[in-house]
Ligand binder design. Structure first.
Ligand code: SF4
Length: 75
């Protein structure tokens, strides 16, 4: 389970976030490219935009389920 205390600063304000346990595996960016982006300098992903509808929320939950580092969370 992602830890809100480790939430990365890059995340867009809102309920979903990536924490500092991200291993930059690219899974979330492939599954939901409109919702996740990469910090190229630091080498991690973050939520670049919060979902605006149920379809996008489903994409994000899919990424959450498949994240091998359990680095995607919901507040
Ligand atoms: S799926 Fe998880 S570990 Fe992989 S890039 Fe996304 S947040 Fe990081």
């Amino acid at each position: 389970m992602a830890d809100p205390r480790l939430r990365l600063r890059d995340n867009a304000p809102g309920r979903f976030f990536v924490d500092s346990e991200c291993t930059d595996c690219d899974t979330c960016r492939c599954l939901a490219p409109g919702l996740f982006a990469r910090n190229d300098e630091a080498g991690y992903s973050y939520v670049v935009r919060q979902p605006v509808d149920d379809d996008e929320a489903d994409e994000l939950y899919e990424a959450m389920d498949r994240c091998p580092a359990d680095a995607i969370g919901e507040m």
